[in-house]
Design a protein around this ligand. Structure first.
Ligand code: URA
Length: 165
């Protein structure tokens, strides 16, 4: 499961790894969490049809839908880093802990990281503002935390507006 959306995007979103639905369709975020993600993005005027590009740190579905191990995400790091470099998004959004850990070389948990701008530096030295936020699958299980993700997306929308001004 490689990617979906505009490969020259304003916003690139990076998830963890494909699930069953994604594996079947060959596209990221097409199951339940994908539908939530699309709705959240639409609320800030972002969509995969226009200005968003979506990928995962691990492009294969881990057996039984388990979280990819740190070794697996490290093995896949060069691929997502190159994908980001080629897409050159204005803003990166890391969806969930495993993605934030890879993109930001961070060790803290996602509840601590989320909501604070960080920088992802590509291999060639390009710096991309990066917003870590909660994974849509987590939000489906913990709907009370949707307000936190909404706050993070409003930050993304405001930063995009500033960049366009
Ligand atoms: N969860 C992810 O992290 N990625 C997908 O593509 C689908 C669900």
């Amino acid at each position: 499961v490689f990617a979906d959306g505009n490969p020259q995007p304003d916003v690139m979103l990076v998830g963890e790894a494909p699930g069953r639905d994604e594996d079947i369709e060959g596209l990221p975020f097409v199951g339940r969490s994908g539908r939530l993600l699309d709705a959240m993005l639409a609320a800030i005027g972002v969509s995969r049809k226009t200005n968003a590009y979506i990928a995962n740190v691990v492009p294969w579905r881990p057996p039984g839908n388990r979280t990819p191990t740190p070794l697996e995400t490290e093995i896949c790091r060069p691929f997502i880093e190159r994908q980001i470099e080629l897409a050159r998004p204005k803003i990166l959004v890391a969806l969930g802990g495993p993605s934030a850990k890879v993109l930001l070389h961070a060790n803290e948990g996602i509840l601590r990281l989320r909501g604070n701008w960080k920088v992802h530096r590509t291999a060639s030295g390009v710096e991309i503002p990066t917003m870590p936020t909660l994974h849509p699958a987590y939000l489906l299980r913990n709907p009370a935390h949707k307000k936190l993700a909404w706050r993070d997306l409003l930050e993304v929308a405001a930063r995009l507006d500033q960049m366009r001004a």
